[in-house]
Design a protein around this ligand. Structure first.
Ligand code: FAD
Length: 462
C-alpha cells in the first residue's frame, strides 16, 4: 500500500546510488517509515540508451536475490522478464555441448535478467510506494559522517547542494565515494584487488527465424586456455556473452588490437562461438573493456548515521554470480536489523555489519576460487567426477549432502556456514575415497596372495 502518510513524518534517509542495491533498499526503508531520497550521478536508467552503461548487461538471479525480491513484493512482475537457466552448457572447441544441471531439485535453477529491466522495476516500485524520491545527475562529493550531511554536485552545472539526513546510505558501488568519505580520519582496513583479467560484452543474436541459435535455458560457457566466455540468455532469444581475457600479454585485450585480430583469435580458441556471433569484429572494436575488482573493508558503518550496502562494502569477482544476490541480501538483513532495534540505530548498524561481513569476506574468496575453476577445471575429468559424486550423494541424501555450489546459489545459508559444511563433506568424501582405495588395495593384495599360492602350487606341480 502507498506509504505517503507515515513517510511524511518519519526519519530522513539519503541513499547515494540508484543502482540495484540503492533502489531495493529505498523500497525497504520507505516501508520502515523513512522519508527516502536517492541521489544518482547518472541519468535515470529508464531513459538511458546505453543499457550496460559499462557494467554487465544481464545477471544471474539466484535464491538469495529471489528471497529479497519476494519480500519486496516484486517477484510476480519480474518473472516474465527472466529466462530460467537450468544448468551450465559447456561448449568444446569442436562445438560439442555438455550439459551440467545445477542441481537435483526442480527449484535449483538460476534466472537470467537484464540489469536495466530489473533496475527500472525496482525504481518504479519504490516510487509507487510514495515517500521515495529519486534525483539524477547529482554526484556525492563530500560527507560529514557525524552529522549525516551530504554534499552533492550537479553533474551539468557543477552547482553544489547540501542535504542532511538521519541515515546516509552508500549504495554507490565498488568505487564508493561514501565509503571513502565515511572512513576519512577513522581506522578502517580496506583491501582492494584488481584481477589481471578484464571483460568485454558481445552478442549472440536470435537466429533469422527468431529462435535461439543455441539452447536457451542454460548458462553457456566456453572454457579455453587463458580465455573464457560466459553467456546469459535474454527473453528475445539472444544471449549476452562476456569474454574474459587477461589485460596484458599474449592473446590479451592489449594484444588483440582490431576486430580482425579478434576474429582470428576466436577461430583458433572459440570456433564454435565465432559461428554464433556474426558481428564479432564490430562489437569487439566498439565495446569497452571492463575491469574486475574485489573490495573488502572492515568498517561498514560510521556510528549511527552512515552505512554501506552492496558493492560499496563487498565488491566480488563475478565468477560465482553472487554480487547482486549478496547485495540484495544486505538490504534484507539491514532492514531486519533496523526492525529489531527501532530505538537504537547504532546497534542496528553494528549488528548488520557483524551479521554480514564475515560471510561476504568468504564470498570474496569463493568468487576468486571459482575464477580459477572456471578458467582451468571445467573440462577436467577429476572435477567432473567430483561434481557427479556430489550430485549423486545429494540425490541420495537431499538434506544431509549439498554441493557447495548448491548451498551458495540455491539456499540462503550464510556463505561462511556453506563453506564450513562443504569442507566437512570434502573431508568425508576424501576419507571414503581413501577407505575405498585401501579396501581395493587389500583386495588386490589378497588377489596377489591367491595368485601366488596358485602359481606357486602350479610351479611345484610342473
Ligand atoms: P552498482 O550496480 O555499481 O550501483 C552503484 C550506483 O551508484 C550506480 O548507479 C552509480 O552510477 C552510482 N554512483 C556511484 N558513485 C556515485 C556518486 N559519487 N554519487 C552518486 N551516485 C553514484 N551479480 C550477480 O548476482 N549475478 C551475476 O550474474 C553477476 N554478473 C556480473 C557480471 C559482471 C561482468 C560484473 C562486473 C558483475 C556481475 N555481478 C553479478 C555483480 C553485480 O553487477 C553487482 O554486485 C551489483 O551491480 C552491485 O549493485 P550495487 O547497487 O551495489 O552497485
Amino acid at each position: 500500500p502507498p506509504l505517503r502518510e507515515n513517510a511524511r513524518s518519519g526519519p530522513r534517509a539519503a541513499i547515494v546510488g540508484a543502482g540495484l542495491s540503492g533502489s531495493l533498499l529505498a523500497l525497504f526503508l520507505a516501508r520502515r517509515g523513512f522519508r527516502v531520497e536517492v541521489y544518482e550521478h547518472r541519468d535515470d536508467p529508464r531513459l538511458s540508451k546505453d543499457e550496460g552503461d559499462g557494467r554487465s548487461i544481464n545477471l544471474g538471479l539466484s535464491a538469495r536475490g529471489i528471497r529479497a525480491l519476494r519480500r519486496a513484493g516484486l517477484l510476480e512482475e519480474l518473472w516474465p522478464h527472466t529466462v530460467p537457466m537450468r544448468g551450465r552448457m559447456i561448449h568444446s572447441p569442436s562445438g560439442e555441448l555438455t550439459f551440467q544441471p545445477y542441481g537435483t531439485a526442480d527449484h535449483e535453477i538460476l534466472y537470467s535478467i537484464r540489469r536495466g529491466v530489473l533496475n527500472a522495476l525496482l525504481i518504479e516500485h519504490a516510487e509507487a510506494l510514495g515517500g521515495v524520491t529519486f534525483f539524477y545527475g547529482l554526484r556525492c562529493v563530500d560527507l560529514d559522517a557525524d552529522t549525516g550531511t551530504l554534499t552533492l554536485s550537479d553533474t551539468i552545472s557543477g552547482e553544489t547542494r547540501r542535504v542532511e539526513a538521519d541515515l546516509v546510505v552508500g549504495a554507490d558501488g565498488a568505487f564508493s565515494a561514501v565509503r571513502r568519505l565515511m572512513q576519512r580520519g577513522r581506522s578502517a582496513d580496506l583491501h582492494q584487488e584488481f584481477l589481471e583479467w578484464g571483460y568485454k560484452e558481445l552478442t549472440i543474436p536470435p537466429a533469422p527465424d527468431g529462435g535461439p541459435r543455441t539452447p536457451i535455458e542454460a548458462l553457456h560457457l566456453w572454457p579455453a586456455h587463458r580465455a573464457l566466455i560466459v553467456a546469459h540468455p535474454n527473453t528475445d532469444n539472444s544471449l549476452t556473452c562476456t569474454l574474459f581475457l587477461p589485460h596484458e600479454g599474449g592473446s590479451s585485450f592489449a594484444s588483440l588490437g582490431s576486430g580482425a585480430e579478434a576474429e582470428r583469435f576466436f577461430r583458433s580458441r572459440f570456433p564454435d562461438a565465432l559461428r554464433l556471433i556474426p558481428d564479432l569484429a564490430e562489437e569487439f572494436e566498439a565495446n569497452p573493456v571492463g575491469r574486475l575488482v574485489s573490495v573488502r573493508t572492515s568498517a561498514w558503518h560510521a556510528g549511527e548515521r552512515v552505512v554501506l550496502v552492496g558493492d560499496a562494502c563487498h565488491a566480488v569477482y563475478p565468477f560465482y554470480g553472487q554480487g547482486m544476490n549478496a547485495s540484495f541480501e544486505d538490504c534484507l538483513v539491514l532492514d531486519e536489523c533496523l526492525a529489531r532495534h527501532p530505538a537504537d540505530r547504532g546497534a542496528a548498524l553494528r549488528e548488520y555489519q557483524d551479521l554480514r561481513r564475515p560471510h561476504t569476506d568468504v564470498l570474496a574468496e569463493l568468487s576468486k576460487e571459482n575464477f580459477l575453476e572456471l578458467r582451468d577445471g571445467l573440462r577436467s575429468p577429476v572435477r567432473l567426477l567430483r561434481a557427479r559424486a556430489d550430485l549423486t550423494l545429494n540425490r541420495i541424501f537431499p538434506r544431509g549432502w549439498q554441493p557447495l555450489y548448491t548451498m551458495i546459489s540455491h539456499t540462503s545459508m550464510p556463505y561462511g556456514e556453506a563453506l564450513h559444511r562443504a569442507r566437512r563433506q570434502n573431508a568425508l568424501l576424501g576419507a571414503a575415497a581413501a577407505a575405498l582405495s585401501a579396501g581395493a588395495a587389500l583386495g588386490a593384495a589378497a588377489a596377489v596372495r591367491r595368485l601366488r599360492r596358485r602359481t606357486g602350487a602350479s610351479a611345484r606341480r610342473t
